[in-house]
Design a protein around this ligand. Structure first.
Ligand SMILES: *Cc1c(COP(=O)(O)O)cnc(C)c1O
Length: 402
């Protein structure tokens, strides 16, 4: 296929420009079908997908286990109000609790909503246990979502500026510095909220001991430690949850992306002592409905029963080693970062956009996580053979720049 063919806009792309709010800078491809680690566009061109719905499609596209759970539940019960008990919600809660350090779950529909819930929970905790403390310390370069409160929590001015004034009570400090958190802590602080690895600002892995240091500080001050595992959770980094590798446990954790394997679901988990919502103090119409919970249950069961964590470690290490090879081969590749199957390659210059577009032409979907870095978040069941294929395409694209 000729290189210029993917930049040809089709009728759908023209309609999108007329009909949709123009908030998303899309790549010039209209996708219609997916299977495993591959997707196809309207022209029938095939792509290897190392974006996977933005670290969402844990089991790849249209995995039989996901499809079966979805179809079966769709034929049984899709949605009822949360004023009634439903079984998939309780089964998914049990599986999450049996496999984590938490005691209780609240289900919602997205990562932002899970974090919004965590913020409200921390404020409730502050009111009940900490004399009205309400401030939450978060990190610069973090990403916690697009609602007003999670935008205030997100330590990146580019997301905040268009919406000033934002809800107050969020202090953004340097990531990977326990000292910075200590300095920002006052009698008004009720919680510290961080990502175990920062995803959206470039796959930033903190130093060993950072998360344990935060734990010790939060214990000393009696404040809550919240981990946003929306991106790192569900095996993405080579353990079911990233906190396991940090050798510490937060009081509260949020999940979304990989949990549903493609259906919109979010979860807020807390230890008993932090689980302070009273009846009527939080809620959601769709949150935890039978349809998404049945799928989340099937995905999480598959991940646990099939040692997907083992695959993420094995293939993740293999992928990482192959990417490290680029550092030797190309002098403009400076760093390989990340854990498991959440990896990024850093370049000396702002070439990520061009690399993404050239990979697209060659049939590989990757993500420009920042102007100078490309991120990889393939399905968790990706094989070494598929990694070889992706690395081959990357090698071809990068070789043109020498
Ligand atoms: C994607 C992401 C969010 C937001 O999730 P949405 O489902 O888009 O609302 C929050 N936190 C982190 C760490 C994320 O990666």
């Amino acid at each position: 296929m000729e290189p210029q063919s993917v930049s040809l806009t089709d009728k759908w792309q023209e309609l999108e420009r007329q009909l949709l709010m123009q908030v998303t800078k899309r790549l010039p491809v209209t996708l219609t079908r997916g299977k495993g680690a591959r997707v196809w566009d309207v022209q029938g061109k095939e792509y290897l997908d190392f974006v996977s719905g933005w670290a969402v499609n844990s089991l790849g596209h249209c995995h039989p286990v996901v499809v079966e759970a979805l179809v079966k539940q769709a034929q049984t019960l899709i949605q009822v109000s949360n004023q009634f008990y439903t079984i998939p919600q309780i089964e998914l809660a049990k599986l999450l609790i049996d496999n984590s350090c938490f005691d209780r779950v609240f289900f919602c529909n997205s990562g932002a909503e899970a974090n919004e819930g965590a913020i409200k929970l921390a404020r409730r905790y502050g009111k009940l246990r900490l004399g009205g403390a309400y401030e939450i310390i978060t990190a610069r370069g973090s990403f916690h979502g697009r609602t007003l409160a999670t935008t205030a929590a997100t330590g990146q001015t580019k997301f905040q500026q268009p919406y000033f004034p934002l809800p107050e009570g969020f202090i953004n400090v340097d990531y990977d510095s326990v000292e910075a958190v200590k300095k920002a802590t006052t009698e008004k602080t009720c919680a510290v909220m961080v990502e175990p690895i920062q995803g959206e600002s470039g796959v930033n892995v903190p130093s060993d001991g950072y998360l344990r240091g935060l734990r010790a500080w939060c214990d000393e001050r009696g404040i809550l430690l919240i981990f946003d595992e929306v991106q790192t959770g569900i095996a993405r980094t080579g353990s079911l949850f990233a906190y396991e590798q940090a050798g510490t446990e937060p009081d509260v954790m949020t999940l979304a992306k990989g949990l549903g394997g493609g259906v919109p679901i979010g979860a807020l988990l807390a230890k008993e002592k932090a689980s302070v919502f009273g009846v009527g103090e939080h809620g959601s119409t769709f949150g935890g409905n039978p349809l998404v919970c049945a799928v989340g249950l099937a995905v999480l069961k598959f991940v646990i029963d099939n040692d997907v964590v083992g695959n993420v470690r094995r293939v993740g290490n293999y992928f990482r080693a192959r990417l490290e090879g680029f550092k030797v081969k190309f002098d403009f590749v400076t760093e390989v970062r990340g854990r498991g199957l959440l990896l990024a390659v850093e370049f000396t210059d702002d070439i990520a956009e061009d690399v993404v577009l050239e990979c697209l032409r060659e049939g590989l979907l990757v993500n420009r996580v920042k102007p100078s870095a490309v991120r990889f978040m393939p399905p968790l069941i990706i094989t070494e053979k598929e990694v070889d294929e992706a690395v081959g395409i990357l090698d071809k694209v990068l070789s043109r720049r020498v």
